[in-house]
Every structure is written in C-alpha cells, then in structure tokens.
Design a protein around this ligand. Structure first.
Ligand SMILES: Nc1ncnc2c1ncn2[C@@H]1O[C@H](COP(=O)(O)OP(=O)(O)OP(=O)(O)O)[C@@H](O)[C@H]1O
Ligand SMILES: O=P(O)(O)OC[C@H]1O[C@H](OP(=O)(O)OP(=O)(O)O)[C@H](O)[C@@H]1O
Ligand SMILES: O=C(O)c1cccnc1
Ligand SMILES: [Mg+2]
Length: 564
C-alpha cells in the first residue's frame, strides 16, 4: 500500500503536482468541509479500525434519466478535478472538526492534517458527453477514508451541473439549431452559486449566451441583454431627452435633433395605417425610452415592445426609431416580446417589418431579430414552434435554471470494490442494486454510425472488438440480451486524475470544446432516443461474465429467508 501523505511525496504544493497547477474550484465554498458529517464519522471509524488505507473503488452514477427522457449530459467533471487537486484541510478547519467531534482521538486529526488526493485516481467520461443510467460517470479509486470524504462534494458538483446541462440540451433540441438561445435565469436561480452554475452549464448544454455578467467573466461565455419594462416606464415624454445629437455611423455627418427625426418617421409610419392595421397615437413615453436607448446604443438598438401595447405602440415606436437610425447608417437589432401570445405577436410584428421594408425600401428591415421571453419552457417552445412563430431568439429563465420539471438528478456514489474484493449493494428495488467490480465501460457503434449501446465489463476482460460479435446482457433481466457486432468501439472512462501514478492524465478542455462535444453527441444519437414523447430507451448492458458474477455475488450476499 502506498503512503497516504501526499504532497510530502511530490514536495509540491497542492494543485501543483507533477502535471502542473490546477486552479481551485470556482466556488470558494467547495472546501473539504463541504461534506456531510457522516463522511468524517466514517473516516474516524476507518481510522480507529486501521482500515483507512484500504484500497477502495467507488462508482459515481445515476439510476434514471431526468425529465422523462432517455439521455443525460454529464457535467461538473472539471470542478471535481479542481476539488481534489486542491484538497487539503486547513488548520482552522481541523480545529472546527475537533470541536464538532470532541470524542475523537488526537491522532485522527493528525491524520486529517496529512491527507490530500495524491493517492487517489479518477477515471471519468469526458465532460459534455451523453451518458446513461447505471454506467459510471466517474470511477474513483484510493484509500477508503479519503474517497469517502469526496462523496458529497463530488455529488454536489455533478448532480445539478448534469441536470441543468441536460435541461439546456433539451431546450436546444426542442427549439432547433437555428434559434438563438439566451439564458436569463440569474434572478430566479437557487442563489448566487446556482445562478453562476446555471449560466455556465446552460452554455455547455447548447445555449448561445447568458445575461449573467459574472459568468461571462468567469467562463468566457458570451453575454447578452436587452432592457426591462422599468426602463420603458421610467420615461414620461420626449422632452426629457437632453442630448439629441447623433453622429452617423461612418462619422461623416451629424444629426442635431435625433428626436425630431424619430418623430418624423413615426408620422410616416402612421400614414401606413391602411396596410398594416389601425392604430391611433403610440405611447410617447415609450417612444422617449426607445429613442434614449438608441442614442446610448445606436449600434445595438433593441427594444422591449410590450410595456403598453405591442402592435398599437411598441412595434411602430420601435420602427420609427429604427428607421431614424437607418438614415444615419445604423442597423437596429430588433425587439423583445415578453407577454401575450408570442406566436401571434411575433407573426404580426414580422408582417409590420415587411410592410415597412416594402414601403420605405429599407433593405433587410423585415429580418429584424425578434426575441421572445416570458415563462418559456420545453412545452411552450414546442407549442410555439408548431404554431409557426416568427421568433429568432428565446430568452429563458425560471424553468430552465430551476429545472422546474425535475429538481434533482439522483447521482449516487457506491463502493464497488475494496482491497480487490468486489462489493454489491442489494435492494428490494432492483434498479437500486449496484453493479459490483472495478469495471471498464464501452460505447458500441452500429453500421449507421449511431451508438447502439453501452456495455460494462470486468476490468481485466478483453475489450469488445470491432466487427466481432459480443453478447450484451441486461444487468438484471435474464431474458434481455442481444448480440452486437460493433463497427466502432469507444472506451468511455479516461484518466483525469492519476494521483502519483505514472498514468497519462487527460487535459481539461475549454468550455467551448465541451459545448461542441455535447452538441455533436446530441446530433449523433438515434432520433427515437431523443424524442420528447415516449423515447426509446438506450440499452445499457454488461458482459456475459460480469452478468454471471453480479448474480453470483447477489446470491452469496443475500440472506436466504425462512418460512414457517
Ligand atoms: N402562442 C402560444 N402558445 C403557447 N404558449 C404561449 C403562447 N404565447 C405565450 N405562451 C406562454 O403562455 C404563458 C402566458 O403566461 P401569462 O398569462 O402569465 O403571461 P401574460 O399574461 O402574457 O404576460 P404578463 O402576465 O407577464 O403580462 C407563458 O408561459 C408563455 O410562454
Ligand atoms: O420568464 P423567465 O423564463 O423566468 O425569464 C426571465 C424573465 O425575467 C424578466 O422578467 P421580470 O423579472 O421583469 O419579471 P416578470 O416578467 O415576471 O414581470 C424577463 O422579462 C423575463 O420575463
Ligand atoms: O436582458 C434581458 O432582456 C433580460 C435579462 C434577464 C432577465 N430577463 C431579461
Ligand atoms: Mg416575465
């Protein structure tokens, strides 16, 4: 057994082992104390029994796909690696534990002072991959007392991350590739950390941008935004606007009274009544707000048009300002709709833009970007799409980031082997029986290029081979089995943390590459696994040898009942 005193053996500070420095977790609250008390009580008990260095293998996996779907996206790996790379209890943390566990012997706290994760090895499926129930997302090996201390932090770093990434991916699939998806959830997320994680992982799951400035800075995610109703209603009239001058886009001329230019365009638009519907006066305070915003952001003018009345006021006011900008060489960005029938209003708005383009010859005016928001979720987006809406971008908050349709992913962390001995957790509920042994996991691809199934084998079994028939068995249901002749075999678990072993370590890729992996994998799944209604389950199997072993161990561990 290797020594358990970590950086003592490397002589380097934590996180700076031989493969270079790995930054600490994004959330400074993710420290070794961010765990459940029982991890420390178990660690003490292992230590008392001189069992703490027993070599253990744990699997981190989930049992059921979320949101009624048949797939999940794995996220949170980088944060787990950052966590273990920097795992070291500080003196004040040890002092707290000493006060919280007053009956524990001093030697235990000396032991805690020494530990880090240099004797730990972590194998994982790459972040952003599509994953399935029962297959380990991560396999964690090392001294049992240390590994148990990782259980709760790892689950906390993976569960929500994977859930919200999956939710984002589902929203992307229902919206379609052509729509821009904006995450607007910070104000509704479960606190600051929930909001930051949501922005990061929604981007990973296929969103295009976030309104969250801090997430933009931390992760390099594009940030985007419009403006709120408060901005519109804060204006009382056009006479509030003091600075009225606006340079043309190319700097060759200057308009000294942009407000009058806007008003003259509004009059012209009102002359169009007959072709694009009847309306009286538009709301002048709204016009003032739009004009003011355009003066501030002539290159990026976007207006929230539903504060008073979308078709009678918001859209014509927007068009007047956009046309005035166009006179000076600027191209307005578009509108946001945040209430009412989003399909109907988007279609009407598009018609209005088309009429303006036709009437005034402003090329491209019809294609103005229309963003919709307001309590959107998979169902509403699906319904809207079926109605043939004219929306280019969706801004989505509450339902996305709170994972309203399913608030938790049940990832678990189970012991599968100790000191080379396979272990099993039995349950009345067969879906909760763990799959023992240190395993290897493979994805087998078929003739059409789609993944056919995932298969788990014992660690020392030969890997499935391309064009060689292999029997794949349901882990618990004897009658469910199939031969597969794979055209391509992908080993899923890769080494992301070799500890002090000499194994190669996988690089942690940048967020953009993780996002690309996710989007591409979603795109390459068989469509019937991905559909929203009654999707076909993706098969997760075990080798014939592992099947036999699971059932042998099950029988040897389950007590035989006696009836009288
Ligand atoms: N054409 C449509 N088809 C299906 N759902 C829609 C359609 N248009 C809007 N929705 C959804 O219907 C719901 C309307 O919600 P609600 O009645 O609270 O909003 P509202 O009255 O339009 O706006 P607010 O109360 O914010 O002024 C939202 O979830 C929205 O996304
Ligand atoms: O609707 P969501 O998916 O959560 O998206 C975020 C919402 O946040 C803003 O609303 P705001 O906070 O102004 O509240 P309101 O729309 O409920 O009035 C925005 O106008 C969106 O409607
Ligand atoms: O920029 C926006 O339009 C925005 C941002 C957060 C929430 N709702 C809207
Ligand atoms: Mg709203």
């Amino acid at each position: 057994m290797e020594s358990n005193s970590a950086s003592a053996s490397t002589g380097l500070p934590n996180g700076s082992m031989k493969w270079g420095s790995i930054p600490p977790p994004t959330d400074p609250m993710a420290t070794p104390l961010l765990t459940d008390l029982y991890q420390f009580t178990m660690a003490y008990s292992y230590w008392k029994a001189a069992k703490h260095l027993d070599q253990s293998v744990f699997d981190l996996y989930f049992r059921k796909n979320p949101f009624g779907g048949e797939y999940t996206v794995f996220a949170g790996l980088e944060e787990c690696i950052r966590f273990i790379a920097n795992f070291k209890l500080k003196e004040d943390e040890i002092a707290f534990l000493r006060s919280a566990m007053p009956t524990c012997e001093d030697g235990f706290f000396e032991y805690l002072r020494e530990i880090d994760c240099s004797d730990v090895e972590v194998y994982a499926i790459p972040e952003g991959s599509i994953v399935f129930p029962k297959v380990p997302l991560m396999r964690i090996e090392g001294p049992v007392a240390v590994i148990q201390l990782l259980e709760t932090p790892f689950l906390s770093l993976v569960n929500y991350a994977s859930l919200v990434t999956t939710n984002a991916a589902r929203h992307r699939l229902v919206a379609g590739q052509s729509k821009t998806l904006l995450e607007f959830g910070l104000r509704r997320a479960q606190g600051p950390d929930g909001g930051i994680s949501a922005s990061r992982y929604c981007y990973m799951g296929g969103f295009d941008a976030t309104s969250n400035v801090s997430a933009g800075r931390l992760f390099g995610i594009p940030i985007r935004g419009t403006h709120s109703h408060a901005f519109v209603s804060s204006f009382m009239g056009l006479d509030e606007i003091v600075g009225k001058t606006l340079q043309s886009r190319d700097g060759s001329s200057q308009c000294n009274d942009f407000v009058s230019l806007v008003e003259s365009w509004l009059e012209k638009i009102q002359g169009l009544k007959s072709s694009i519907g009847l309306y009286g006066e538009t709301n002048k305070s709204e016009l003032a707000a739009f004009t003011s915003y355009a003066l501030a952001f002539p290159n990026n003018f976007l207006a929230l048009v539903d504060t008073y009345d979308v078709m009678r006021s918001g859209v014509p006011n927007f068009c007047a300002v956009a046309l005035a900008l166009s006179d000076l060489g600027y191209r307005a960005s578009g509108i946001r709709l945040d209430s009412g029938d989003l399909a109907y209003l988007s279609i009407q708005s598009r018609k209005f833009f088309a009429a303006v383009e036709r009437q005034f010859g402003v090329v491209g005016f019809e294609n103005m970007t229309i963003t919709a928001s307001n309590d959107l979720n998979e169902e509403t987006i699906d319904a809207l799409n079926k109605q043939g809406l004219e929306v280019d971008a969706f801004g989505i908050g509450t339902y996305l980031v709170t994972c309203y349709a399913q608030p938790a992913l049940g990832c678990v962390f189970k012991l599968v082997e100790i000191n080379g001995q396979p272990r099993i957790k039995l349950s009345e509920d067969v879906t909760k029986v763990s799959i023992p042994c240190k395993k290897r996991c493979y994805r087998l691809y078929g003739k059409e290029g789609y993944p056919l199934l995932d298969i788990m084998t014992g660690e020392n079994e030969p890997a499935p081979k391309v064009r060689e028939r292999i029997l794949c068995r349901h882990p618990f249901n004897e009658s469910k089995r199939a031969y597969v002749v794979p055209q391509h075999v992908e080993e899923l678990l890769k080494c992301y943390w070799p500890g002090n072993s000499s194994k190669e370590r996988e690089e942690l890729p940048p967020i953009k590459s993780i996002r690309t992996r996710c989007v591409e994998q979603l795109d390459h799944m068989r469509p019937d696994h991905m559909r929203r209604l009654n999707p076909t389950p993706y098969k997760v199997s075990v080798s014939a040898k592992l099947y036999d072993f699971i059932h042998f161990l099950w029988l040897s561990e389950a007590p035989v009942g006696e009836l009288q």
